[in-house]
Design a protein around this ligand. Structure first.
Ligand code: NAD
Length: 504
């Protein structure tokens, strides 16, 4: 079976994003200028934003340079003292108002996300609501940033631990969740009392700039939230070398994350990294196959597979292997592939051609090494960024897909015999972000919740993310946590104070 996508444009969807964007009430969302030091700036140098489904240019945005970043750092440093001194209740009110504006503009933001990122509109709408949830969450977490007091070890003293904002923060964000990855970082930084400078992925600047417009309307003061777009290396350089940037949060590839960590060490910043995963999805033979298929579909194909939580290795116990593969293949064959702005679409294009090519490489490699291509859902005459949702069965450890993150709609299924064996295989990965277990045995669920090496584990559920959870990974999947009360801690310093001689 030929699993390569047909590489030419769909005449039906060409122009679709432009048509939707032209209908936006908020024309300023398409202005393309960057938010630096409380001003919307443009330069003569610009970049095109491209609809990944059709390859057409849909907007033009300014290209900021290192000098603009220097201005942004100075403005953020200047804004720090008044932002940190604002009552947490007041900061919380501004964050809540920003979240409300996001919900008010949900449809327009979703159209921006689908147009530049490619995900189906229904998923983009969900992302806006999910993203606004982090602002609400951190509004409240900032209000509850308690310290400690403890019994003293020294006579006549009083001990206290205060939590205080670390200083100016920077965020380098990815294209797969162009809104939520910004609000998850910015909500935490701002709730903690830190101004933040955002450098979004060059593929998805429009969503980030629209967030900047709404942040301003919500009342975030000058320099507290800034968005600079342009070349990643040029813009990150000043952030890395400047000692005024006290915290750096990054989501993206392990390769770039490692380099940023190394560079940030020179100025001893607090660094948090969310670097993607290679999630094992374990299906035991005591489960209802229908539920396991439903779970695997959601865990594999959300965000068209471009999700760091995506199930990358689906291990199925031998007793249900054949039945699972058959039902899973049938479900994959029904997925509707196309332009995310068309009604009912479930799988859109890959945002980057390199990601689509990586999927094709993994399929070819697996096929050559003996995997069975059980289902390949041809999306029609789509385009180079589209990958047919594909099921590879009988995947083995030597295939690329068994160890490299796929980040696309290609499902790898591997048989296993015993619990002990599958736990060892699941853990034999450099990555450790998420994991999934499907079983009807409570004892086994408890055992595996202890044994699987990952930061987040779903037992009999494919979906668990949201503001209350500490999102993050073990091993090469990253450092630190986002969301939850732990997310706030990434932007705070502890200060221990010992009060002595309290006698008179
Ligand atoms: P990437 O790591 O290159 O990009 C992520 C962010 O880092 C973007 O903002 C980008 O502009 C910035 N960046 C890139 N190079 C940089 C540099 N030298 N200095 C400073 N910033 C830099 O990721 P990618 O190439 O777009 O995607 C490759 C793979 O990374 C994907 O296939 C996937 O496996 C992984 N990824 C993971 C996530 C996630 O959610 N964890 C998100 C995006 C990509």
């Amino acid at each position: 079976m030929d699993v390569q996508t047909v590489q030419h444009k769909s005449p039906r969807s060409f122009g679709l994003a432009t048509k939707h964007l032209q209908g936006l009430r908020r024309r300023d969302f398409l202005a393309g200028s960057a938010l630096v030091a409380g001003r919307w700036i443009s330069s003569e140098q610009t970049d095109f934003v491209v609809d990944p489904a059709t390859g057409e240019a849909i907007a033009e945005v300014t290209r900021c340079g290192a000098t603009d970043m220097d201005l942004a750092i100075a403005a953020a440093e200047q804004a720090f003292s008044s932002w940190r001194e604002l009552l947490p209740l007041r900061r919380g009110a501004i964050l809540r108002s920003w979240a409300s504006l996001m919900i008010e503009h949900l449809e327009e933001l979703a159209i921006l996300v689908t147009s530049e990122q490619g995900k189906p509109l229904a998923e983009a709408r969900h992302e806006i609501a999910y993203g606004a949830g982090f602002l609400e969450w951190f509004a409240a977490e900032g209000e509850r940033a308690y310290g400690d007091t403890m019994p003293s070890h020294k006579v006549g003293t009083l001990l206290q631990v205060r939590v205080q904002p670390v200083g100016v923060a920077a965020a380098i964000t990815p294209w797969n969740f162009p809104v939520a990855m910004i609000t998850r970082k910015a909500g935490a930084a701002l709730g903690a009392g830190c101004p933040i400078i955002v450098k979004p992925a060059p593929e998805t600047p429009l969503s980030a700039l629209a967030l900047g417009r709404l942040a301003e309307e919500a009342g975030l003061p000058r320099g507290v939230f800034q968005v600079l777009i342009g070349d990643p290396v040029e813009l990150s350089e000043p952030l890395l070398r400047d000692t005024r940037i006290r915290a750096l949060s990054f989501t993206g590839s392990t390769q770039v994350g490692r380099m940023l960590l190394e560079r940030a060490a020179q100025t001893v910043k607090k660094v948090s990294l969310e670097l993607g995963g290679h999630a094992p999805f374990l299906i035991f033979d005591d489960v209802d196959i229908g539920k396991a298929v439903e779970g695997a579909m959601a865990a594999k194909f959300a965000t068209s597979g471009q999700d760091c939580l995506a199930a990358n290795r689906i291990y199925v116990q031998r007793g249900v292997y054949g039945a699972f593969v058959e039902e899973f293949a049938a479900a994959i064959a029904k997925l509707k592939v196309g332009h995310g702005l068309e009604p009912g679409i479930e799988i859109g294009p890959m945002t980057k051609l390199s990601v689509a090519n990586k999927c094709r490489l993994q399929i070819d490699d697996a096929r050559k090494k003996g995997a069975r291509v059980v289902s390949s859902n041809h999306g029609g005459n789509l385009g180079p960024n589209f990958v047919s949702p594909t099921l590879l069965a009988d995947v083995t450890a030597g295939m690329l897909i068994a160890s490299d993150e796929t980040f696309g709609p290609v499902a790898a299924v591997l048989p296993f015999d015993s619990e002990e064996e599958v736990v060892a295989r699941a853990n034999a990965s450099e990555m450790g972000l998420a994991g999934y277990v499907y079983t009807n045995s409570l004892r086994r669920a408890l055992r595996l919740s202890e044994q699987i090496e990952c930061g987040m584990l779903g037992i009999n559920t494919p979906s668990f993310t949201g503001p209350p959870i500490p999102f993050g990974g073990w091993k090469q999947s990253g450092l630190g946590r986002e969301g939850s009360r732990h997310g706030l801690a990434e932007y705070m310093e502890l200060k221990y104070v010992c009060f002595g001689d309290l006698g008179s």
